[in-house]
Ligand binder design. Sequence first.
Ligand code: NBP
Length: 475
Amino acid sequence: ERAVIGVTGLGVMGRNLARNFARHGYPVAVHNRTEAKTKALIEQFGAEGEFLPAETPEAFVASLARPRKIVIMVKAGASTDAVIEEFAPLLEPGDILVDGGNAHFADTRRREKALRERGVHFVGTGISGGEQGALEGPSIMPGGSREAYEHLGPILEDIAAKVDGVPCCAYVGPDGAGHFVKMVHNGIEYADMQLIAEAYDTLRQGAGMSPAQIAEVFRVWNTGRLESYLIEITTVVLSHRDAATGKPFVDVVLDQAEQKGTGRWTVQTALDLGVPVSGIAEAVFARSLSGHAGMREEARVLPGPSGDGLESSFADDVEQALYASKVVAYAQGFNEIQAGSAEYGWDIDLGAMATIWRGGCIIRARFLDRIRAAYEADPGVPTLLADASFADELSRAQRAWRDVTVAAARRGVPAPGFSSSLAYYDALRAERLPAALIQGLRDYFGAHTYRRVDRDGVYHTWWELPGQPETRVDV
Ligand code: NBP
């Protein structure tokens, strides 16, 4: 019973997570369904720390100190249920099962409830940062009971990424909260990448710049407020040349983006919760559109605009459009976390979520400090757009944001992220929305009723009667 923690599922992520624990001095029990992976881990990396390999779940469980802490790192879905079924009977009340896979938060809620009834803590945990993050310090978003976090938290905080000495790991909230936050993190990641892609496309097609020139633009942007991992690697990818053809790498890659589903979950969940996450939704739809090869092939005959190129000083405007749209996407994502937290009673600290995303994960960025500060200044701020410092930046960006959106449309460059984020900004700040007309139409064809700006109550207009009288229907 030497192992402080155990990892079962030694794929790409599990293996590196186990090594991360070992490198931090924790004796770590390791187990994998196919034993060869366990052996390979010991052979290759056994010298990095104290590993306790186990052939069977029984031996694995027996090697763990109590309360046992077991991290499951297997393919999300049925595999996770299979592994839980295998291990749960071997555990005792107070033991802690951690699911570090990309589970849907609803599955995590179900699993947590079932295990709680057996006295076992189930900690659905978002882990971001990919293979390298798992090894060198990921961003960790653990849900589950506070009691479980008391045992587990210090170890996870130890192996997490650090920014200014602060670990990128904090207790998120009960049951599915950790996986929910990870889901929204991935949705925001989709939006971030879509906006970067639009900035690139606008500069390439609109301003006629080469990938190498655009790489340089991104390099400069990465020294300013956009500084982030994704902007940094955009420079690397755009600078890269294909060895076989000598062409820019971006020109030899098939332009059909794939997805594993967490972006889609973010949007589906937002639809259920009634939270407008248009920037994230556009990013998911843009990926799915890119994959419709047949439809795109047939539509290629449609004419586009004719016109001159844009000036390269335009790049400064694109930076503003990218930044402003990014603020909108994050504001929408944080609203979704806020809504999920309210719906499920999680009491999530939004500022803390921005804090744990500052390092380790794919969306790590300087910008997240600003979000943390905004929630520290006013934890109840209904939208980040209303935070004084973001509002100020958006108002200064808006001229360029509008110009780039217009220019993209004029040039025939699709920029759904820029334009939908701008529409969201304009809709939120609007004095009056045409939703009033929609209410009128609904009342006309379906007697769906409406409320008035000048009086309380619910009303219906008798559209078919002479004089079209109105009555109050809620009394
Ligand atoms: P891999 O595909 O590398 O490994 C899958 C692991 O699941 C293997 O250890 C495999 O065992 C095990 N497994 C499967 Br599949 N079915 C099983 C079952 N029925 N019983 C027991 N073990 C089973 O996955 P990965 O990329 O390490 O991802 C693991 C989890 O981490 C996923 O949920 C993923 O979404 C999540 N995640 C991945 C990343 C990333 O960047 N890759 C980032 C963040 C989160 P075997 O060796 O016997 O086949």
